[in-house]
Design a protein around this ligand. Structure first.
Ligand code: FES
Length: 131
């Protein structure tokens, strides 16, 4: 889909995202994994920071997505790894919901990142822009 004037690209509806089930998507040429968990929808770069493995093939539990290859767990709210062997975070992208019903459109802006300490229960809000 085409980006909106604010740079967010519609990806799917909220109803298409099952709780704790990764959803892979291509957004403006960027591989993204959407995760509906812990009261919000999160968008992360769909590649483990340890090796180029799709995080969308991992499992979601307790606000984390686990890389299936070596088991590093990434906090979906921050992208930070909580366990080895991954040492670097994965990018977390801004998500916009145009409502709170299952028909709400979920949009992602891969040019915007999210604060690492934001309220995980709040709708994702872009706060910084990457160069
Ligand atoms: S490739 Fe993901 S932890 Fe090694």
């Amino acid at each position: 889909m085409s980006p909106r004037p604010d740079g967010f690209v519609p990806v799917c509806t909220l109803g298409q995202l099952q709780e704790d089930t990764p959803f892979a998507a291509e957004v403006e040429g960027v591989s993204v994994v959407l995760v509906r968990t812990c009261g919000a929808v999160h968008a992360l770069h769909n590649a483990c920071s340890h090796a180029d493995v799709a995080l969308s093939e991992g499992e979601v539990d307790d606000c984390h997505i686990e890389c299936w290859l070596h088991g590093s767990r990434f906090d979906v709210r921050t992208g930070n790894p909580d366990s080895l062997p991954a040492l670097r975070p994965v990018p977390v992208y801004a998500v916009h919901l145009d409502g709170d019903t299952e028909d709400a459109t979920v949009s992602v802006n891969t040019a915007l990142t999210q604060a690492h300490d934001r309220d995980p229960l709040a709708a994702a809000v872009p706060v910084t822009q990457e160069g």
